[in-house]
Design a protein around this ligand. Sequence first.
Ligand code: FES
Length: 237
Amino acid sequence: MNKVTLTINGQKVTVPAEYTVLEAARELGINIPTLCYDPRLSKPGACRLCVVEVKGARNLPASCVTPVAEGMEVETHSPAVMEARKTILELLLANHPNDCLTCEASGACLLQQYAYEYGVRDPGFGGERHAYPLDDSNPYIQRDLNKCILCGKCVRICAEIRGQHAIHFAYRGFSTKIAPALDTDLAFSNCIYCNNCVSVCPVGALVDKRTAGLGRTWELEREEKTCTFCEAGCQFF
Ligand code: FES
Protein backbone atom coordinates (compact mmCIF):
# COMPACT_ATOMS: atom_id res chain seq x y z
CA MET A 1 0.00 0.00 0.00
CA ASN A 2 1.41 3.41 -0.99
CA LYS A 3 1.78 5.81 1.89
CA VAL A 4 2.35 9.55 2.06
CA THR A 5 3.54 11.75 4.87
CA LEU A 6 2.04 15.18 5.40
CA THR A 7 1.98 17.75 8.18
CA ILE A 8 -1.26 18.83 9.81
CA ASN A 9 -1.18 21.60 12.41
CA GLY A 10 2.56 21.00 12.77
CA GLN A 11 2.17 17.25 13.38
CA LYS A 12 3.53 14.74 10.87
CA VAL A 13 1.25 11.87 9.90
CA THR A 14 1.75 8.97 7.48
CA VAL A 15 -1.41 7.62 5.88
CA PRO A 16 -2.44 5.56 2.84
CA ALA A 17 -2.13 7.57 -0.38
CA GLU A 18 -5.87 7.28 -1.08
CA TYR A 19 -6.81 9.08 2.13
CA THR A 20 -8.36 12.53 2.11
CA VAL A 21 -7.06 15.36 4.29
CA LEU A 22 -10.11 14.92 6.52
CA GLU A 23 -9.30 11.25 7.09
CA ALA A 24 -5.65 12.05 7.78
CA ALA A 25 -6.67 14.72 10.30
CA ARG A 26 -8.92 12.23 12.04
CA GLU A 27 -5.96 9.86 12.38
CA LEU A 28 -4.37 12.59 14.50
CA GLY A 29 -7.55 13.11 16.50
CA ILE A 30 -8.11 16.55 14.95
CA ASN A 31 -11.79 17.42 14.79
CA ILE A 32 -12.80 19.11 11.54
CA PRO A 33 -16.51 19.98 11.39
CA THR A 34 -18.56 18.25 8.68
CA LEU A 35 -22.20 18.41 7.64
CA CYS A 36 -22.37 16.46 4.37
CA TYR A 37 -19.64 13.88 5.01
CA ASP A 38 -20.45 10.28 5.88
CA PRO A 39 -17.68 7.67 5.49
CA ARG A 40 -20.19 5.14 4.12
CA LEU A 41 -21.37 7.39 1.30
CA SER A 42 -19.99 9.14 -1.78
CA LYS A 43 -18.47 12.55 -1.11
CA PRO A 44 -20.06 15.54 -2.84
CA GLY A 45 -18.04 18.18 -0.95
CA ALA A 46 -21.29 20.12 -0.69
CA CYS A 47 -21.39 21.96 2.62
CA ARG A 48 -17.78 23.31 2.56
CA LEU A 49 -17.69 23.41 6.36
CA CYS A 50 -14.64 21.15 6.37
CA VAL A 51 -12.42 23.68 4.56
CA VAL A 52 -8.76 23.82 5.55
CA GLU A 53 -5.72 25.89 4.62
CA VAL A 54 -3.15 24.09 2.46
CA LYS A 55 0.23 25.77 2.05
CA GLY A 56 0.60 26.96 -1.55
CA ALA A 57 -3.11 26.61 -2.44
CA ARG A 58 -4.93 29.72 -3.62
CA ASN A 59 -8.22 28.89 -1.92
CA LEU A 60 -9.48 26.89 1.05
CA PRO A 61 -10.19 23.34 -0.20
CA ALA A 62 -12.80 21.08 1.34
CA SER A 63 -10.80 18.51 3.31
CA CYS A 64 -13.32 15.70 2.76
CA VAL A 65 -12.62 15.66 -1.00
CA THR A 66 -8.98 16.77 -1.05
CA PRO A 67 -6.54 13.87 -1.44
CA VAL A 68 -3.43 13.83 0.70
CA ALA A 69 -0.08 14.45 -0.99
CA GLU A 70 3.52 13.90 0.01
CA GLY A 71 4.91 16.89 1.91
CA MET A 72 1.54 18.67 2.12
CA GLU A 73 1.24 21.23 4.92
CA VAL A 74 -2.24 21.76 6.30
CA GLU A 75 -3.76 24.05 8.91
CA THR A 76 -7.21 23.03 10.07
CA HIS A 77 -8.06 25.89 12.42
CA SER A 78 -6.19 28.94 11.10
CA PRO A 79 -7.90 32.38 11.37
CA ALA A 80 -8.85 32.25 7.65
CA VAL A 81 -10.41 28.80 8.07
CA MET A 82 -12.34 29.78 11.19
CA GLU A 83 -13.66 32.90 9.45
CA ALA A 84 -14.75 30.89 6.39
CA ARG A 85 -16.56 28.30 8.53
CA LYS A 86 -18.29 31.02 10.49
CA THR A 87 -19.53 32.66 7.29
CA ILE A 88 -20.80 29.30 5.97
CA LEU A 89 -22.73 28.77 9.21
CA GLU A 90 -24.14 32.29 9.04
CA LEU A 91 -25.32 31.68 5.47
CA LEU A 92 -27.00 28.42 6.46
CA LEU A 93 -28.69 30.02 9.45
CA ALA A 94 -29.90 32.98 7.38
CA ASN A 95 -32.44 30.61 5.82
CA HIS A 96 -33.18 28.37 8.78
CA PRO A 97 -36.08 28.52 11.25
CA ASN A 98 -35.06 30.00 14.54
CA ASP A 99 -36.94 27.42 16.59
CA CYS A 100 -34.20 25.53 18.39
CA LEU A 101 -36.13 25.71 21.67
CA THR A 102 -38.85 23.41 20.38
CA CYS A 103 -37.08 21.64 17.50
CA GLU A 104 -37.14 17.86 17.80
CA ALA A 105 -33.41 17.74 16.94
CA SER A 106 -32.33 20.31 19.52
CA GLY A 107 -29.26 19.07 21.35
CA ALA A 108 -28.52 16.53 18.62
CA CYS A 109 -28.37 19.01 15.71
CA LEU A 110 -24.96 19.52 14.11
CA LEU A 111 -25.87 22.99 12.83
CA GLN A 112 -26.78 24.04 16.36
CA GLN A 113 -23.61 22.49 17.76
CA TYR A 114 -21.31 24.18 15.23
CA ALA A 115 -23.09 27.53 15.60
CA TYR A 116 -22.31 27.27 19.30
CA GLU A 117 -18.69 26.17 18.73
CA TYR A 118 -18.04 28.96 16.21
CA GLY A 119 -19.87 31.64 18.17
CA VAL A 120 -22.52 32.36 15.53
CA ARG A 121 -25.19 34.24 17.46
CA ASP A 122 -26.62 36.36 14.66
CA PRO A 123 -26.91 35.00 11.10
CA GLY A 124 -25.69 38.38 9.86
CA PHE A 125 -27.40 37.98 6.47
CA GLY A 126 -30.95 38.98 5.59
CA GLY A 127 -32.95 37.91 2.55
CA GLU A 128 -35.63 35.52 1.45
CA ARG A 129 -36.49 32.45 3.50
CA HIS A 130 -38.23 29.26 2.49
CA ALA A 131 -41.78 28.68 3.68
CA TYR A 132 -42.47 25.09 2.70
CA PRO A 133 -45.53 23.32 4.14
CA LEU A 134 -44.74 20.46 6.54
CA ASP A 135 -44.82 17.05 4.82
CA ASP A 136 -46.76 14.98 7.36
CA SER A 137 -48.24 12.71 4.72
CA ASN A 138 -46.98 9.35 5.96
CA PRO A 139 -47.02 7.49 9.28
CA TYR A 140 -43.25 7.37 9.90
CA ILE A 141 -41.29 10.40 8.72
CA GLN A 142 -42.05 14.07 9.12
CA ARG A 143 -40.24 16.30 6.62
CA ASP A 144 -39.68 19.99 7.31
CA LEU A 145 -37.83 21.28 4.26
CA ASN A 146 -37.45 24.70 5.88
CA LYS A 147 -34.79 23.09 8.07
CA CYS A 148 -33.05 21.20 5.26
CA ILE A 149 -29.48 22.34 4.60
CA LEU A 150 -29.20 20.34 1.33
CA CYS A 151 -26.30 18.23 2.53
CA GLY A 152 -27.78 15.38 0.47
CA LYS A 153 -26.99 12.63 2.96
CA CYS A 154 -30.61 11.42 2.84
CA VAL A 155 -30.51 11.20 -0.96
CA ARG A 156 -27.22 9.30 -0.94
CA ILE A 157 -28.10 6.82 1.81
CA CYS A 158 -31.44 6.09 0.13
CA ALA A 159 -29.73 5.41 -3.21
CA GLU A 160 -26.30 4.06 -2.24
CA ILE A 161 -27.18 1.91 0.78
CA ARG A 162 -30.90 1.16 0.44
CA GLY A 163 -30.99 1.22 -3.38
CA GLN A 164 -34.44 2.83 -3.25
CA HIS A 165 -33.80 6.20 -4.97
CA ALA A 166 -36.98 7.50 -3.34
CA ILE A 167 -35.76 11.09 -3.07
CA HIS A 168 -33.60 13.36 -5.22
CA PHE A 169 -32.44 16.94 -5.59
CA ALA A 170 -35.08 18.93 -7.49
CA TYR A 171 -35.15 22.43 -9.01
CA ARG A 172 -32.23 24.90 -9.06
CA GLY A 173 -30.68 27.73 -7.06
CA PHE A 174 -32.73 29.03 -4.12
CA SER A 175 -35.57 26.69 -5.17
CA THR A 176 -33.40 23.57 -4.79
CA LYS A 177 -35.03 21.04 -2.52
CA ILE A 178 -35.03 17.33 -1.76
CA ALA A 179 -38.14 15.70 -3.13
CA PRO A 180 -39.59 12.41 -4.35
CA ALA A 181 -40.16 12.09 -8.09
CA LEU A 182 -42.63 14.69 -9.42
CA ASP A 183 -42.22 16.57 -6.13
CA THR A 184 -45.01 14.63 -4.44
CA ASP A 185 -45.36 13.98 -0.73
CA LEU A 186 -43.29 11.09 0.64
CA ALA A 187 -46.42 8.97 1.02
CA PHE A 188 -46.78 8.88 -2.77
CA SER A 189 -43.15 7.89 -3.45
CA ASN A 190 -41.42 4.50 -3.40
CA CYS A 191 -40.10 5.23 0.10
CA ILE A 192 -40.14 2.06 2.21
CA TYR A 193 -39.83 4.01 5.50
CA CYS A 194 -36.59 2.33 6.54
CA ASN A 195 -35.73 5.66 8.23
CA ASN A 196 -32.09 5.53 7.13
CA CYS A 197 -32.58 9.08 5.84
CA VAL A 198 -33.74 10.19 9.28
CA SER A 199 -30.68 8.61 10.90
CA VAL A 200 -28.24 10.68 8.80
CA CYS A 201 -30.05 14.03 8.77
CA PRO A 202 -27.71 16.40 10.64
CA VAL A 203 -30.53 18.83 11.50
CA GLY A 204 -34.26 18.57 12.28
CA ALA A 205 -35.48 18.36 8.68
CA LEU A 206 -36.33 14.65 8.97
CA VAL A 207 -37.95 13.39 12.14
CA ASP A 208 -39.05 9.90 13.14
CA LYS A 209 -42.71 10.39 14.02
CA ARG A 210 -42.71 7.37 16.31
CA THR A 211 -40.38 9.08 18.78
CA ALA A 212 -41.29 12.73 18.14
CA GLY A 213 -42.42 14.42 21.31
CA LEU A 214 -41.39 11.48 23.53
CA GLY A 215 -38.11 13.02 24.65
CA ARG A 216 -34.69 14.14 23.50
CA THR A 217 -32.55 11.60 21.67
CA TRP A 218 -30.26 11.07 24.66
CA GLU A 219 -33.27 10.36 26.89
CA LEU A 220 -34.46 7.49 24.67
CA GLU A 221 -33.06 4.00 24.34
CA ARG A 222 -32.38 2.54 20.90
CA GLU A 223 -33.51 -0.98 20.08
CA GLU A 224 -32.81 -2.97 16.96
CA LYS A 225 -36.07 -3.86 15.21
CA THR A 226 -37.28 -5.47 12.02
CA CYS A 227 -39.72 -3.38 10.03
CA THR A 228 -42.94 -5.21 9.17
CA PHE A 229 -44.28 -2.57 6.78
CA CYS A 230 -43.45 -4.76 3.76
CA GLU A 231 -41.79 -8.13 3.11
CA ALA A 232 -38.29 -6.60 2.80
CA GLY A 233 -37.65 -6.98 6.56
CA CYS A 234 -35.35 -3.95 6.91
CA GLN A 235 -33.39 -3.63 10.13
CA PHE A 236 -33.54 -0.28 11.85
CA PHE A 237 -32.88 1.31 15.21
FE1 FES B 1 -16.64 18.40 3.43
FE2 FES B 1 -19.28 18.95 3.58
S1 FES B 1 -18.05 17.82 4.94
S2 FES B 1 -17.83 19.63 2.12
